[in-house]
Design a binder for this molecule. Structure first.
Ligand SMILES: *[C@@H]1O[C@H](CO)[C@@H](O)[C@H](O)[C@H]1NC(C)=O
Ligand SMILES: *[C@@H]1O[C@H](CO)[C@@H](O)[C@H](O)[C@H]1NC(C)=O
Ligand SMILES: *[C@@H]1O[C@H](CO)[C@@H](O)[C@H](O)[C@H]1NC(C)=O
Ligand SMILES: *[C@@H]1O[C@H](CO)[C@@H](O)[C@H](O)[C@H]1NC(C)=O
Ligand SMILES: CC(=O)N[C@H]1CO[C@H](CO)[C@@H](O)[C@@H]1O
Ligand SMILES: [Zn+2]
Length: 704
């Protein structure tokens, strides 16, 4: 039945499409024949005027480069004007407003130039977009180092004039961003700071490059890889003498460590994986850490960790330690229980050989297979893309008091892409827009993510700029009447990313620099992490699911229950492992001259309940998190997860579709965004300070 319906629908579509083609073809020809001006008029008429929409979603390569140059010229003009204000004449309206308005107006234009790099189907457009980004970035870098502008801003801030809390917050950000570039230092120190930054960037890149270049592999016979899925064998290259090559990359090692029945193979793989880039990257990391401490001391901090954490929710490295240690201590008993059950399982399967860190993934998988009877191939049959989407729409609209409406004939960059307007359900006010670009396509950015294309701002003439978000993902579209199906993890990811869409669109912060998704990194993930919970509760999971051949058949209650248990299975042990890396990262960025190898050995055994580090491995040499991007901030993921759990349990569990609470969350947490301290935002919503207890309890609740 569904098959036939699908086909007729397709035929119907094809017919109307070809009619349209004929019609536009004819119209275009006619227009060209009569007068070129008519083409322009027709085009303008066809393109819908969207209120508050400043973005230009489908520019050509030359338009992108022209716009980039215009942006830079305008920005330079405004910065020059601000810099020319004499320090004794500075006012809010001649210094702060022009900078704030400039950022707000230029953000959607900058994004119009830069985001086509991620999604355009044209090579020329992507190249132009990358070039535009390079030019705009170079300009922005230069502006952020302009001493003349800094002096004027600082002069205003030093006057201590009465401003609103949001304005104060914005001014602090302006000053801080300049000062983090060394603008309040002497010239020689500033030069030293910039020199250090360049060195740090070079070393970070080299560390990553070494890992990327590593081509180590181990040849194994079929018997040595017993237990691996058949498709995996088929995907492996072979050596001359017919052995299978397992390369030391996570897409191979993870499969072996999870599925291979042969203990010695797992051990060899775990060892070789943990030895990658050995001495070289270790010495790079030592150097990096040393330079980072120097960098932080130039700015008046006693170590790099304090510099990195200062403006985050955690505020100080001491607080991070206290947090990690509290969590680690409170899950020790649970983790020990989990480990004991894994050891037991190994004894049954392999006899008396000692349990090592290389056995962890394999026995977790074995235990889960025994425990849950969860067949993810079957689970997938319950998640057709269109049904999941309509479920997400329903939940987000009901919960947060929103209405989504598709914009027909919107200007887009590919015919799969859709644009939606978002209205407040009660007032009918238009509050933002979002694009969905969901399906895989060649040359498209490969990660699932949300990009802010236009951000909330209040211009000085009273105009409010509304947010525009773009959600990118890699789903399978329906093919030949067969519904595209989603893996469960994809459902969770999509829900998470939709959380960011709603977060961005509901934000009302008045300055682009602190609005939308430009929030404290310890805080920005919290709303989306909270929303992931909806994927594990049967009330909401049923709204997201239905058997693909008969969507009225929802996913079974037992499956919902199993998914929830699966989410928490062995989570204390997994968390211990994450905390191990977080502690390592925090310690090396806190103290000078730490013996990195000894530290890791010591921490490993202490945090992992006596499990030793694998002999000869060197996790610090192949642990990019602490080398680049997240240095001294690895804790951040655990941090936000802990507070997400608190909010979910205290406010939303049992109230999954409660609009009253959803609206409170929207108004108190999503709307203010970066214009308030995150801790105050959360406390205001919770009616008390956030706590780690709910998180600990949730681990215990689902323990074996
Ligand atoms: C420079 O600014 C940084 C960051 O705002 C601050 O921590 C530091 O104390 C300032 N240094 C001087 C010498 O004023
Ligand atoms: C850690 O635990 C101590 C003692 O229970 C408590 O006073 C402190 O607030 C906790 N710290 C954090 C960050 O939760
Ligand atoms: C985007 O613009 C190009 C011309 O620059 C045009 O060929 C294409 O059809 C447009 N894409 C869509 C989906 O409208
Ligand atoms: C305020 O300024 C923006 C940007 O320059 C402009 O688009 C808008 O029309 C102005 N609004 C009013 C009411 O003047
Ligand atoms: C000494 C050492 O381990 N060097 C390695 C550093 O990383 C590169 C890239 O992986 C390897 O080729 C070197 O052997
Ligand atoms: Zn996220």
């Amino acid at each position: 039945m569904t098959e036939i319906q699908g086909n007729t629908q397709k035929m119907y579509k094809r017919k109307t499409q070809s009619k349209l083609l004929v019609f536009t073809g004819g119209a275009a020809l006619l227009a060209v024949a009569v007068n070129l001006a008519i083409v322009a008029i027709c085009k303008r008429k066809k393109k819908k005027e969207l209120p508050g929409f400043e973005l230009r979603p489908n520019l050509s390569a030359s338009e992108i480069l022209n716009l980039a140059d215009k942006i830079i010229a305008k920005s330079k003009k405004v910065h020059d004007a601000v810099a020319s204000v004499p320090p004794n004449k500075v006012t809010y309206s001649n210094v702060i407003s022009p900078l704030a308005d400039l950022e707000a107006e230029q953000f959607p234009l900058v994004q119009s130039c830069v985001f086509p790099k991620l999604i355009s189907t044209s090579d020329d457009v992507r190249a132009a977009s990358a070039e535009a980004e390079r030019r705009i970035d170079a300009h922005a870098q230069m502006c952020s180092k302009r001493e003349d502008v800094y002096r004027v801003v600082k002069a205003f801030s030093a006057r201590g004039e009465q401003t609103s809390a949001e304005q104060k917050c914005f001014i602090q950000c302006l000053v801080r961003d300049f000062e983090r570039n060394g603008l309040n230092l002497t010239t020689s120190k500033r030069k030293e700071l910039l020199r250090l930054r360049v060195q740090i960037e070079e070393l970070s890149l080299r560390y990553i490059q070494n890992l990327n270049d590593d081509g180590t592999f181990i040849p194994f016979s079929e018997a040595e890889l017993d237990g691996l899925p058949k498709e995996f064998f088929e995907s492996l290259d072979k050596t001359e003498n017919g052995k299978f090559k397992v390369v030391m990359r996570s897409h191979h090692t993870a499969v072996v460590l999870e599925h291979c029945k042969v203990g010695t193979t797992r051990r060899m793989v775990a060892m070789a994986y943990g030895k990658r880039c050995g001495e070289v990257n270790l010495s790079i990391l030592e150097n990096l850490v040393h330079l980072r401490h120097k960098f932080a001391r130039l700015q008046g901090y006693s170590n790099y960790a304090d510099y990195a954490v200062h403006y985050r929710m955690a505020r100080s490295s001491a607080k991070v330690f206290e947090f990690l240690e509290n969590i680690s201590d409170s899950i020790t008993d649970l983790a020990a229980k989990e480990l004991a059950s894994l050891k037991n399982l190994k004894k049954q399967e392999e006899g008396e050989s000692p349990f090592g860190i290389e056995d962890l993934l394999y026995y977790v998988k074995r235990a889960e297979d025994q425990e849950f009877n969860l067949d993810f191939v079957t689970v997938k049959q319950y998640f057709p893309v269109s049904l999941v989407l309509s479920g997400i729409f329903k939940i987000m609209q009901d919960l947060f008091g929103l209405r989504f409406e598709e914009v027909i004939d919107a200007e887009v960059w590919h015919y799969d892409v859709k644009l939606y307007s978002v209205f407040d359900l009660n007032s009918g006010e238009l509050i933002g827009y979002f694009f969905l670009d969901l399906y895989t396509r060649e040359e498209k950015y490969i990660h699932t993510c949300v990009v802010a294309l236009q951000s909330s701002a209040l211009l000085s003439n009273g105009t409010r700029q509304i947010p525009v978000a773009l959600l990118l993902s890699q789903l399978q579209n329906d093919v030949d009447g067969h519904a595209g199906l989603m893996r469960f993890t994809e459902v969770v990811n999509l829900f998470h990313e939709f959380g960011h869409v709603v977060q961005h669109v509901c934000n009302r912060a008045p300055f682009t620099r602190i609005s939308g998704l430009r929030l404290d990194p310890d805080f920005v993930e919290i709303p989306a992490q909270i929303l992931e919970n909806w994927c594990y509760e049967s009330v909401s999971l049923k709204l997201l699911s239905g058997f693909h051949q008969d969507i009225t058949v929802p996913i079974k209650d037992e499956v919902c229950e199993s998914l929830k248990k699966w989410r928490h299975s062995f989570s204390a042990l997994k968390l211990k492992q994450e905390i191990l890396y977080c502690l390592f990262d925090q310690i090396i960025h806190c103290a000078e001259n730490v013996d990195i190898i000894e530290l890791f050995k010591h921490l490993h055994s202490k945090v992992m309940l006596g499990l030793p580090m694998l002999e000869g491995t060197n996790p610090a040499s192949c642990f990019p998190c602490s080398a680049i991007g997240y240095e001294a901030a690895c804790y951040s993921r655990v941090w936000s997860e802990v507070f997400s759990a608190d909010i979910f349990v205290s406010k939303f569990r049992g109230n999954l579709l409660n609009q009253h609470i959803g609206l409170q969350f929207r108004n108190k947490v999503l709307a203010p965004g970066g214009a308030k301290e995150p801790i105050d935002v959360l406390s205001d919503f919770l009616g008390r300070e956030p706590s780690i207890q709910a998180f600990i309890d949730s681990k215990a609740e689902y323990s074996l």
